[in-house]
Write a protein that binds this ligand. Structure first.
Ligand SMILES: C[S@@+](CC[C@H](N)C(=O)[O-])C[C@H]1O[C@@H](n2cnc3c(N)ncnc32)[C@H](O)[C@@H]1O
Length: 457
């Protein structure tokens, strides 16, 4: 399937000798040397002694193969040489005890940021596997991604130079500067959305399922923009399956779970830990322990619309509201444009889903609520009620502390509209809105804007 060859500018590398289809297992290898976590200190005497014992225990053939591996570190004795080879070539082993190990074949695979294979530790079979993330052509070099996280090109280059002493010239790193910027923005936004979903956790899934689904939908779109069948997709699809299943929607839950499992099969194989753990979920989505915590989205597993085109199907799957045609009036029940409090972004950090790098919003939204009560102490403080009837505090941190509002408009029952409103976590009150810009606030008599609570399906 592959051969070891000289690759210009990279030393040796593995090159496909025939077409390798997506999902194919290219390598499945045991470590010849393992370094336990408690010895993971390159200069320690204990490590030197341990490594010498490990190398001496290899067969002659293995020892020669080990010694022929690439070493980017200088050395003065055998122990330092062995440690240099290990540091240049080790892959991580996620078995809880081992920091990393050396694999004689896989260690020959060079890095690319647009890698065509995925390396992963398979705890079920105690081996490292390499799977094709996409079809690989005959004569094409087999590549993996050496780093842990998605970063900007500059951060990746710095990390690769520091740890492996080379500059990457892969397809992504060689793009023209403006396209590198676009790619960096996409990776940054994926990273940001990942963290947002993680921070919100189960609470986010329970209290704001549609908001969480919006984040995940955007993440998938961003992954698709990179064109890669990235292993990160599986985690996003699993999260989407959880959102649907927790709220009783087994139909969407099954479809999302199928996509997650398919992605894990491609990157780690049918015997990988994730496929073992979640492989049966598409057949029986109600097995998820949190199934039906709310039945807000109740839907039977086979209740899937069958006459939709692919775009309409994706819109249905992700519960996307139809976006209004340009010039068309947006109904007040449109939750994307007029979100409830639970659908507002948080003001911690910049939500890349909603803002461009320049700080300009990508889309427009306006928060509408009814004034329930108000008082003017150190600043104007209102209690307001959103379209779901949820009461939240609104504090004015404007220059005039809220005095900018027309006093005649400060009436209970009047409607307050706040452009680009965001959730704020107050130390001294329930989460609410901390308003700093008076120009983004309008108050209208109740008959001017009617808050008709209507739910989208
Ligand atoms: C694990 S080894 C990979 C196999 C190695 N090329 C060999 O000849 O055995 C890692 C080293 O390979 C080289 N390398 C890996 N990916 C590279 C890339 N994309 N460009 C240049 N050198 C690379 C670097 O010297 C790096 O420290």
């Amino acid at each position: 399937m592959y051969e070891l060859k000289d690759v210009p500018g990279k030393g040796k590398g593995l090159v496909a000798t025939r077409i390798v289809p997506q999902g194919a297992r290219i390598l499945c290898e045991e470590a010849v040397i393992r370094i336990p976590h408690n010895l993971d200190q390159p200069s320690s005497e204990k490590l030197k002694k341990y490594v010498c014992q490990q190398v001496n225990a290899l067969t002659e053939q293995q020892r020669l193969a080990f010694l022929s591996l690439h070493n980017i570190y200088p050395y003065e004795n055998a122990a330092e040489q062995y440690i240099g080879i290990i540091c240049t070539n080790a892959f991580s082993i996620e078995d809880g005890e081992t920091a990393g190990g050396v694999f004689l074949e896989a260690s020959r695979i060079n890095h690319a940021c647009d890698n065509n294979t995925q390396k992963s530790w398979n705890e079920n079979i105690k081996r490292h596997t390499i799977h094709a993330l996409r079809d690989i052509n005959e004569g094409e070099e087999i590549t993996v991604y050496y780093l842990a996280a998605h970063n900007s090109r500059q951060a990746r280059q710095e990390a690769l130079r520091a740890k492996f002493k080379f500059s990457c010239s892969c397809g992504i790193c060689s793009l023209p500067p403006e396209q590198i910027q676009i790619n960096d923005d996409i990776l940054e936004e994926i990273d940001h959305l990942d963290r947002l979903v993680g921070q919100r956790g189960l609470q986010g899934i329970l209290s704001s399922p549609l908001g969480t689904l919006r984040y995940l939908d955007r993440e998938i779109q961003l992954y698709n923009m990179t064109g890669a069948d990235d292993p990160g997709l599986s985690r996003v699809y699993l999260d989407a399956a959880q959102v649907a299943i927790v709220h009783g929607d087994l139909a969407r839950g099954r479809i999302f779970a199928e996509k997650a499992v398919r992605s894990w099969r491609i990157s780690g194989g049918g015997d990988s830990k994730n496929v073992t753990e979640y492989g049966a979920l598409p057949q029986n989505p109600s097995q998820l322990p949190l199934y039906g915590m709310s039945m807000q989205w109740k839907r039977a597993v086979d209740d899937v619309p069958n006459a939709l085109g692919s775009t309409e199907f994706e819109d249905w799957l992700w519960k996307r509201e139809a976006s209004p045609r340009s010039g068309a009036q947006v109904g007040l029940y449109n939750r994307a444009t007029f979100p409830a409090f639970s659908g507002l972004p948080e003001d911690r950090g910049v939500d890349m889903r909603l803002y461009r790098g320049s700080g300009q919003p990508r889309q427009h939204w306006c928060f509408l609520a009814e004034i329930v009560d108000f008082e003017f102490l150190a600043r104007l403080h209102m209690e307001i009620s959103d379209v779901d009837g949820r009461k939240i505090p609104l504090f004015f941190y404007t220059e005039g502390r809220g005095s900018e509002l027309e006093p005649a408009r400060l009436r209970r029952g009047y409607t307050i509209a706040i452009l680009y409103a965001q959730q704020h976590a107050f130390m001294f009150d329930e989460p609410g809105i901390r308003q700093e810009d008076p120009a983004r606030v309008k108050v209208k008599p109740p008959n001017d804007i009617r808050l008709t609570p209507r739910r989208c399906s």
